[in-house]
Design a protein around this ligand. Structure first.
Ligand SMILES: [Zn+2]
Ligand SMILES: [Zn+2]
Length: 400
């Protein structure tokens, strides 16, 4: 084990220059969710050059996304490695030679690094192909940031996990020190849902409420009541958030009672049971309180992204791989993360584990928040991501 990890680390480190060059290429040529056509072409070219098999391009009815296989010299299972590849609709405000060349597009979440590091791992694993017991499936996934049309779902629907027994994914993290890996078994990142409602009343004169059915009263009441779902209907040991994102009346005049109020918002939860409880409770409160105030309620709750739940066995494997690659002192347990990831979809199909790799360095100005126009990564960490991908795949195939 130790010998093989050392070999993987050496191969990954030898490829460092190319990984950084590729990352800069993607960084300068960013493409937003479901527009990753050139990025896809470049990745497919690289995979062809390295000698991957079963290369499949284009998912969700688009030309975006690539999957491919590295077929090992010995029989065994199939393990998948995932990198997302999309940029965000932002203007790059950094002052660096590899700044985005496109207005309105920027790799502000580090997905350029993910793509480059995984291509590095493809090279490492291909060099060790003869010793691989099984297959490594490579997932270069578009549209992680899309939210409504997640790329992960499109890849799964396109057969990306067929035959796969596990999935591993890494996100670079600008809130974690360079070279430190954070893992967490079980619920890790929150699930994100949206909700919207129309509260229908009967409009009328502001001076004569008796002739109207005032939907604003129901809206105020419900807006407060739904917060009791968090405090009174789920366990204090669980974590959840309900937020109102918007509120709109059908008219906005000082002496008119509007006939309609619209509201929308989001819900964040970690466990499917809690998500279901919140959904049911909100539906009940909207309906009954709306009725109590004589209003007609139209309430729609849409689950967007499931929570990212790490499989305990896969987490143990990822932790031990990380300890051998980065050293035990650089591997620690993560807190719950309130952000969401569409990687969660893979975990609904096969055992999956997602980890965060720190890239924050004040000196390298890589400690800006994700999705900020000054976001950057500490590139000296990227070969570690390459080694982690390769080592996880190798160890999984060795042990399963
Ligand atoms: Zn992001
Ligand atoms: Zn991201």
């Amino acid at each position: 084990m130790v010998e093989m990890i050392d070999k993987i680390k050496t191969l990954a480190k030898n490829g460092e220059k190319e990984i950084i060059e590729l990352r800069r290429h993607f960084h300068m040529n960013p493409e937003t969710s479901w527009n990753e056509v050139e990025t896809t072409k470049r990745i497919a070219e690289e995979l062809k050059k390295i000698g991957c098999e079963n290369i499949k391009v284009g998912f969700g009815g688009t030309q975006c996304g690539v999957i491919a296989d590295i077929v090992g010299g010995k029989p065994g299972k199939c393990v998948a490695l995932r990198a997302d590849i999309d940029a965000l609709p932002l203007n790059d405000e950094k002052d660096v030679p590899y700044k985005s060349k496109k207005a309105g597009a920027m790799h502000a979440c580090g997905h350029d690094s993910h793509a480059a590091a995984l291509i590095g791992a493809v090279k490492v694993l291909t060099a060790l192909k003869g010793e691989l017991k099984g297959k490594v499936r490579l997932l270069f996934q578009p549209a992680e940031e899309h939210g409504i049309r997640p790329g992960a779902k499109a890849l799964i629907d396109g057969g990306a996990l067929e035959g796969a027994s596990a999935v591993f994914g890494i996100h670079v993290m600008s809130t974690v020190s360079s070279g430190v890996l954070e893992y967490r078994s079980g619920p890790f990142m929150a699930g994100a849902d949206s909700w919207e409602t129309t509260i229908g009343g009967r409009g009328g004169h502001g001076s004569a409420p008796e002739g109207a059915i005032d939907p604003t009263i129901a809206a105020f009441e419900i807006g407060n009541a739904i917060q009791t779902v968090i405090s009174r209907e789920i366990s204090p040991r669980d974590t959840a958030v309900i937020s109102v994102g918007g509120m709109k009346t059908s008219s906005y005049v000082f002496n008119i009672i509007p006939d309609r109020v619209e509201m929308c918002g989001t819900v964040r939860t970690f466990r499917p049971e809690v998500q279901e409880r919140v959904r049911a409770a909100m539906t009940r409160l909207f309906k009954t309180l709306g009725e109590a105030y004589r209003c007609k309620i139209d309430f729609k709750y849409t689950p967007l992204l499931p929570s990212t739940i790490n499989d305990p066995d896969m987490t143990t494997l990822a932790k031990s791989v990380a300890e051998s690659v980065l050293g035990a002192k650089n591997v620690r347990e993560s807190e719950l993360v309130m952000g969401s990831e569409d990687f969660s979809h893979y975990g609904k199909v096969v055992p999956a584990v997602f980890v965060n790799l720190g890239v924050a360095s004040a000196e390298k100005k890589s400690d800006m928040p994700h999705h900020s126009p000054k976001f950057d990564v500490d590139e000296s960490v990227l070969w570690n991501a390459t080694a982690l991908h390769a080592a996880f795949a190798w160890k999984f195939l060795e042990e399963n």
